[in-house]
Design a protein around this ligand. Structure first.
Ligand code: UT7
Length: 317
């Protein structure tokens, strides 16, 4: 038993920060950010929590699916920027929606939504769940060093969600982890213990951009080749690829290495920046709502990021 996606949603906070806005804050320019990353603007939260963003995306997905919160058998939220370590963001979403099912979070950074989707598929395969809600939600603006031009220009806030049920459209998937905290990390800070003596990095995104870039291109190419092989197709037979929106140059390079035209890749990094675990579900939601999908289309979703981690899957629409 596999799954099918029956409703999607996406939400970004209202406030937009443009590249010109950022160039008032750090030494950067619209030209540099556009050319090196592909971002023109990103949305940041002013008064909405990560759970608020998640709930808004979730409500949209539930509405699209025609499902009431009480019909849900499971809620999984992927996030690395939850408002509380306890309760989980998923538990806060459950309360806000008025659902009563088990709810928990998954932490796998930008690959988190696909780890969560695969977990939901496994739960559904076990039986006993009619509908599961899978969310990727991030408020990265709270963990950025806004003086560090190599990271603060990249990221944005947002949430995406999908409602899934038993079905046959999740053809195959791949999850990958290569444990490493020296390339991309968000340390949680030293905390309050009067007994703990180790110094730890401050609570903020620390990234070796070039190493992450190389990892990203390698993972997209390898993961997509592997899942296509599993599905018995070649990458050029995919109708759409929904990649994690980290850097348009990463996607361009991966597309060339795979021999897949850029037109098949769903891109919105210019409008939202990198929203970590929210990036794939926000992009997938845009693809679904664009009306471009035809029954039977083959869509690959792929992501990579902190962990280091990566994930990919193929869905038949
Ligand atoms: O979602 C998690 C996954 N994350 C990613 O996939 C990120 C992957 N990495 C990247 O996207 C890129 O490596 C960055 C966008 C982070 C950086 O781009 P880059 O082309 O790799 O730049 P670089 O780090 O090699 O730096 C080149 C130059 C440096 O100046 P010097 O030393 O050559 O004088 C940087 O200081 O660009 C400078 N620089 C900037 N200049 C203007 C770095 N950030 C900026 C900036 N504005 N915002």
């Amino acid at each position: 038993m596999s799954i099918e996606i029956i409703g999607t949603g996406g939400y970004v906070p209202e406030k937009i920060i443009t590249n010109d806005d950022l160039s008032q804050m750090v030494e950067t320019s619209d030209e540099w950010i556009t050319q090196r990353v592909g971002v023109k603007e990103r949305h940041v939260s002013v008064d909405e929590t990560t759970a608020d963003l998640a709930v808004k995306a979730a409500r949209q997905a539930l509405e699209a699916a025609g499902i009431q919160p009480e019909q849900l058998g499971l809620i999984i939220t992927a996030t690395v920027t939850g408002d509380t370590l306890c309760p989980s963001t998923a538990a806060l979403v459950q309360a806000a929606l008025g659902a009563s099912c088990p709810a928990f979070d998954i932490s796998s950074a930008c690959s988190g939504f696909l780890f969560a989707l695969d977990t939901a598929a496994a739960f559904i395969a076990r039986g006993g769940i009619d509908y599961a809600l899978v969310i990727g939600a991030e408020r990265l603006s709270r963990v950025l060093n806004w003086q560090d031009r190599s990271t603060c220009v990249i990221f944005g806030d947002g949430a995406g969600a999908a409602v899934v049920r038993p079905g046959n459209s999740y053809l195959c998937s791949k999850l990958f982890t290569s444990g490493n905290d020296s390339v991309l990390s968000i340390w949680a800070g030293k905390g309050n213990s009067p007994f703990y003596t180790r110094e730890e990095p401050p609570y903020q995104v620390v990234m070796n951009g070039q190493e992450t870039f190389k990892f990203a291109v390698r993972r997209i190419v390898d993961d997509l080749k592997q899942i296509c092989e599993q599905a018995g197709i070649t990458p050029d037979q995919l109708d759409y690829i929904v990649p994690h929106q980290a850097n348009s140059r990463i996607i361009d390079l991966a597309a060339r290495k795979l021999g897949v035209p850029m037109e098949k890749f769903v891109l919105n990094i210019d409008r939202f920046g990198n929203t970590s675990s929210a990036s794939v579900p926000i992009s997938f939601n845009e693809l679904v709502r664009s009306g471009r999908l035809r029954k039977g289309d083959l869509i690959a979703l792929c992501a990579f990021g902190g962990g280091l981690s990566s994930a990919a899957c193929i869905i038949r629409w």
